[in-house]
Write a protein that binds this ligand. Structure first.
Ligand code: NAD
Length: 377
């Protein structure tokens, strides 16, 4: 029997992405799989139904059939409990599945509903940070988009132009942009701010980030605050000690007051975002400056950030955007889809799906228990 992959329309209000774009569908249908797409699923990312049909998908009205009749459902955002309850017993779900920070899987109603139906739920945010899995990593692909867009948001809200200009109406000094957290989003923000002509500086607690920051033509700030062991397993940062935090805060305070744009991207997996920019620091900045806090969803790197809102303090705008990647829906979906196709290719060989908890990648992503496959005798 042919495996059926289902793509429902995202239902979250601000979500414009789709988990599979027509090019991804084509790869799967050429590989002998059946793909069922809810009509309109790609519309908000500018992928029309006709393009899915051309790629070999079957279009269906409404999400019910997609949920009920697919062997594997692929999705961007975690499903609602009602959606999870529509899945067939023993189906597989591939999506972002993280609940509230710190919430245990057995206290999460969505995961509980999926487990009760024997669904193999594979969380895309848990793809391990190993070279082999890089092309499956939606956190990286979507952070790339968010880091880029954060600079554009800042540029459009700032009171100044970014590049240095020498004109008949006088010379303008370039804007100064400071990027906090030089992971995937931060590095993309550095590159984008540089392309727009700003003078860019950055800070990260991981010593390894220094060289990457410098290779993009930005200055590394507060290097003396970094501990050699600040990089934890998997390339992520560990939380700073109180002493480290204090030293960092002093150095950053001295720097932030001269910045026109601050983009913060600092995260520590599974924890609330570290507080790095205090309200007092914001008050030292010039009116007309802008802070874009990419960590707004997990509590914010700036003390004044309110998720989904823009506040103003002494003429400084503090923007806490949500779902920034979704505001660039076409390319964000294209990259997300490439990641999803690679995950499916990892799970499906010769038309047969294997969810093996002992596999390094599958096991890391699996958030519900499924029995290990029995090896042939
Ligand atoms: P992330 O989103 O978890 O965090 C963003 C950045 O914030 C990180 O660079 C982190 O070090 C930094 N940070 C944490 N606390 C901070 C603080 N108090 N002050 C300043 N900065 C702070 O991280 P990410 O962007 O996903 O990537 C982290 C690292 O993992 C990078 O080196 C990246 O290249 C690597 N990575 C590897 C793979 C892979 O091998 N498959 C995939 C993705 C990322």
């Amino acid at each position: 029997m042919t495996l059926r992959i289902g793509v429902p329309t995202e239902t979250a209000r601000r979500e414009r992405r789709v988990a599979l774009v027509p090019d991804g569908v084509r790869v799967l249908t050429r590989g002998g799989l059946e793909v069922v797409v809810q009509a309109g699923a790609g519309a908000r990312a500018f992928f029309p139904d006709a393009a899915y049909r051309d790629a070999g998908a079957t279009l269906v009205d409404g999400s019910d059939a997609v949920w009920r009749e697919s062997d594997v459902v692929v999705k961007v955002q975690r499903p609602a409990v009602d959606e999870a309850n529509l899945l067939r017993e023993g189906a597989t779900l591939v999506a972002l599945l993280a609940g509230a920070p710190g919430q245990a899987a057995d206290a999460d109603p969505v995961i509980v509903a999926l487990a009760a139906r024997g669904v193999a739920a594979l969380a895309l945010e848990r793809v391990p940070r190993i070279t082999r899995a890089q092309s499956m990593d939606v956190l990286s692909s979507q952070a790339t988009v968010a880091g880029y867009k954060a600079v554009l948001v800042a540029a459009s809200e700032a009171a100044k132009l970014l590049p240095m200009l020498t004109t008949a109406a006088g010379s303008l000094a370039p804007s100064r942009a400071f990027i906090v957290g030089a992971g995937v989003a931060g590095l993309q923000a550095i590159a984008t701010a540089r392309r727009l002509g700003a003078v860019v500086s950055a800070f990260d607690v991981r010593a390894a980030a220094r060289e990457q920051v410098q290779s993009l033509g930005a200055t590394f700030v507060a290097a003396e605050a970094i501990a050699a062991d600040a990089e934890a397993k998997g390339g992520y940062a560990r939380a700073q000690t109180q002493e480290e935090q204090q030293r960092t805060a002093e150095l950053i305070a001295g720097h932030v007051k001269d910045m026109d744009i601050v983009i913060t991207t600092a995260q520590v997996p599974g924890r609330a975002a570290p507080r790095i920019i205090t309200a007092d620091m914001v008050r030292t900045m010039r009116p007309g400056s802008v802070i874009v806090d990419l960590a707004a969803e997990t509590g914010g790197n700036c003390e004044l950030t309110r998720a989904g809102e823009t506040i103003e303090e002494g003429g400084v705008k503090v923007i806490g955007p949500l779902h920034l990647a979704s505001t660039v829906p076409l390319h964000a979906s294209q990259m997300f889809s490439k990641n999803v196709v690679t995950v499916l290719q990892h799970l499906i060989k010769d038309g047969a799906l294997t969810v093996d908890p002992a596999d390094e990648i599958t096991g890391a992503m699996l958030v519900t228990a499924v029995p290990a496959p029995v090896a042939p005798a």
